[in-house]
Design a binder for this molecule. Structure first.
Ligand code: TGC
Ligand code: FAD
Length: 388
């Protein structure tokens, strides 16, 4: 089959630098060669492909839009294109990179001290350590400010009590960035694997993101050294700043998943014969493909503008919400249309569209549900918050 390319339609690449194209194509090859051949089996067996972790580290995909401490230091366009390509492979693989870079390395980089940065960031960038991010609790999802996990000071230690739910990478993580209330205010703490009182059991039987590890985190009188508090992480706002980073990457990731489904449906439609002709010749099929290509093209262009704004430090959280909300909405619609074009074949793991569709159900929920991002935009438009 011809090498994957969707960029020709409106000459998207003419807006990219040579370096941005080169980085995207390198990750594209990595996904074609290392992710796509193994992902269906891992999805079926509900296993994360661990061998990809150090490979992603070597390619500079982990925390790549940070600078120093072993991070690649690429711009936000290149970073976004990396996330696009990873999610073209599987949302679980992109999730791994998002969590490691945006939700673990970013808070250590932004809210940590120099000693913490030097200790953890180079290992995380190389994929020699794995991190997770614990904000959500069983009773505090969309409303993280209502969290119950508490930290109390005791001499030169903090004692953590509580639990976190639905945590990507939890069971395989060497360290967790955990958000807990200390004297009534949310703070970020680093909890290392093996700390007595800390456990991270895996959540089994997921029907979505099966090639990704999702876990509960449990803290029972879990004592951590005082130097594991991220010193500049006071306030829920700090946790929300991490989410902006991850949501930005998810916006690009949605484009990648949509591209994979579009390509699969287009190729299938050209080859599948019914009523003596390829199903691509039927107007219903052509309409679906036209909608898919149109929406993917729209997403590429405004998400690129968001990336340029982010590089100038001008991207606002509500602009990122628009990309997360709309791109995942359309990626899911496109995955559903692709599955329809594939008919019965679309329900087996030999094809990708239904795997992407099932994954995108989680992506639509995590990092702020579709409805929460609607309300974030609604608040920006009207000036009236309506979360409560
Ligand atoms: P609210 O009073 O609105 O805000 C508290 C303070 O934070 C400011 N703020 C933000 N700052 C930076 N970035 C943002 N996105 C911000 N949103 C709000 C706000 O201005 C305020 O500042 P200040 O100075 O006045 O104190 O807080 P709220 O309690 O009313 O909640 C607002 C709401 C609902 C928008 C927010 O809590 C929210 O986004 N909820 C969704 C929760 C969520 O997204 N959780 C994600 C968990 S992590 C995850 O899902 C990882 S999946 C990863 C993977 O596998 O890829
Ligand atoms: P709820 O908040 O209970 O929402 C349920 C429904 O009510 C949704 O449709 C929602 O939109 C709606 N709703 C809630 N409030 C409002 C409102 N004010 N107005 C209108 N509608 C509303 N969290 C982490 O901290 N770290 C992770 O690594 C992580 N990884 C995840 C991985 C997976 C696979 C999944 C599925 C989730 C993950 N999460 C993680 C949790 C995720 O962020 C939450 O699931 C998400 O924030 C929603 O919370 P909830 O599931 O409790 O839903």
């Amino acid at each position: 089959m011809a090498k994957f390319s969707i960029e020709d339609f409106l000459q998207f690449d003419s807006l990219l630098s040579q370096e941005e194209i080169m980085i995207r194509d390198t990750v594209r090859d990595f996904v074609d060669e290392q992710v796509l051949p193994v992902i269906a089996e891992h999805y079926e067996k509900a296993k994360f492909p661990m061998q990809l972790v150090t490979q992603m580290g070597e390619l500079g995909l982990l925390g790549s839009n940070l600078s120093g401490y072993g991070a690649a230091g690429v711009n936000n366009v290149a970073y976004g294109l990396m996330m696009q390509e990873l999610e073209r492979g599987d949302s679980g693989v992109r999730s791994f990179a998002s969590v490691q870079g945006s939700l673990v390395m970013y808070p250590i980089f932004t809210f940590g001290d120099e000693e913490q940065r030097k200790k953890w960031l180079p290992e995380l960038a190389a994929g020699r350590l794995i991190g997770c991010f614990g904000l959500t609790e069983a009773d505090s999802g969309s409303d993280p400010g209502s969290m119950k996990t508490r930290a109390t000071a005791d001499g030169d230690q903090y004692i953590l009590n509580g639990s976190k739910m639905w945590i990507t990478n939890g069971t395989i993580a060497d360290l967790a960035v955990v958000w807990a209330k200390l004297d009534g205010e949310v703070h970020g703490f680093v909890v290392e694997k093996g700390t007595p009182g800390y456990g991270a059991p895996e959540i089994e039987n997921k029907l979505s993101l099966r090639a990704s590890v999702t876990s509960e985190l449990v803290f029972e009188d879990c004592r951590i050294p005082k130097e594991n508090l991220l010193p500049n992480s006071s306030g829920l706002k700090c946790a929300l700043m991490c989410l902006n980073q991850a949501r930005y990457g998810i916006g690009w990731g949605g484009i990648g998943a949509a591209m994979a489904c579009y390509e699969e449906a287009r190729n299938y439609a050209a080859e599948r014969i019914q009523f003596d002709q390829p199903i691509a010749s039927f107007q219903f099929t052509q309409e679906k493909l036209a909608v898919m290509l149109t929406e993917i093209t729209k997403m590429q262009f405004y998400t690129l503008q968001l990336a340029r704004l982010k590089d100038q430090d001008k991207a606002k959280h509500y602009q990122i919400s628009m990309a997360k909300r709309n791109n995942i909405y359309w990626a899911l619609e496109i995955a559903r249309m692709a599955r329809e074009i594939l008919g019965a074949s679309g329900i087996v793991n030999e094809y990708q569209s239904m795997r992407h569709m099932a994954n995108l159900e989680s992506v639509k929920t995590y990092e702020g549900t579709h409805e929460i991002h609607t309300l974030i935009l609604g608040e920006h438009i009207t000036g009236i918050p309506s979360f409560r």
